[in-house]
Ligand binder design. Structure first.
Ligand code: GLN
Length: 242
């Protein structure tokens, strides 16, 4: 990363930005500024080339057709894979998560190649759509508090040997395979089914992305505490509806 500037890239807001996923960019930007970092936010529409010089790339969820188009364009562009090869960080949600995997089933009911940045394969779930609040214990290697979010997906995701689950659910479906896993990660690439937006509910995950980008083990604490009230409210609602 350059000394003065953190580059956040918001991928294809015209195709993938459902359920307030743009909030993930806002939260990451805010948490960085609160640490005195100069942030440059770059929104890249699907008809534009993806810059390869970003530090953190964020990609949201979307409906099935926009998801197909986004995957085609990202694969053709190739920029995200080059950025990851150069050490960039990627945080993806739902349709974006499926696109980062090896393959998913698209709106035409066809298997479609993803970018292969995560060792996961998504298929269309036969059971009811997974909708509702989710609570999960984050992979202990990441040392993060309980994950809270909201899921809404038909696809289910199977993890291959090199993908670690981001969390294990206490409530909700997560990856939807029945094994209790939610999301996946490997190195600097993260995927989750959680909307919410997930980084507003779990800002310490945004901090984790910043630490990776800055290559530090700790960040100065921020005084802001509003997110704890939001977390408390959502965790209580999820627990009640269980
Ligand atoms: N279309 C995908 C699915 O239903 C992703 C949905 C989403 O991004 N919310 O699995």
């Amino acid at each position: 990363m350059s000394e003065t500037n953190l580059r956040l890239v918001w991928i294809y807001p015209d195709l993938l930005s459902t359920y307030g996923d743009q909030g993930n960019v806002l939260v990451t930007e805010r948490r960085a500024r609160q640490r005195g970092l100069a942030v440059q936010r770059v929104d890249v529409r699907s008809d534009q080339p993806l810059p390869t010089s970003g530090d953190i790339y964020l990609i949201g969820g979307g409906e099935d057709r926009p998801q197909r188009l986004a995957a085609e364009r990202l694969l053709r562009d190739g920029g995200l894979t080059r950025a990851v090869d150069n050490g960039a960080i990627v945080f993806s949600v739902c349709a974006g998560y499926q696109i980062l995997g090896q393959e998913f089933v698209n709106d035409l009911n066809q298997p479609q190649p993803g970018l292969g940045l995560l060792d996961v394969v998504s298929t269309r779930g036969e059971a009811e759509r997974c909708v509702g609040d989710v609570l999960g214990d984050v992979d202990s290697k990441l040392n993060l508090p309980q994950l809270t979010g909201f899921e809404n997906h038909q696809g289910i995701t199977h993890l291959g040997p090199t993908a670690r689950p981001l969390a294990h659910v206490r409530l909700g479906n997560g990856n939807g395979t029945g094994d209790g896993t939610e999301g996946a990660w490997n190195g600097t690439v993260f995927g989750t089914y959680m909307h919410g937006p997930v980084l507003a509910r779990n800002p310490l995950i945004a901090d984790h992305l910043l630490k990776l980008a800055l290559d530090v083990n700790a960040l100065p604490p921020v005084e802001e505490r509003w997110y704890e009230a939001l977390r408390g409210e959502r965790i209580a609602a999820a627990t009640q509806s269980a």
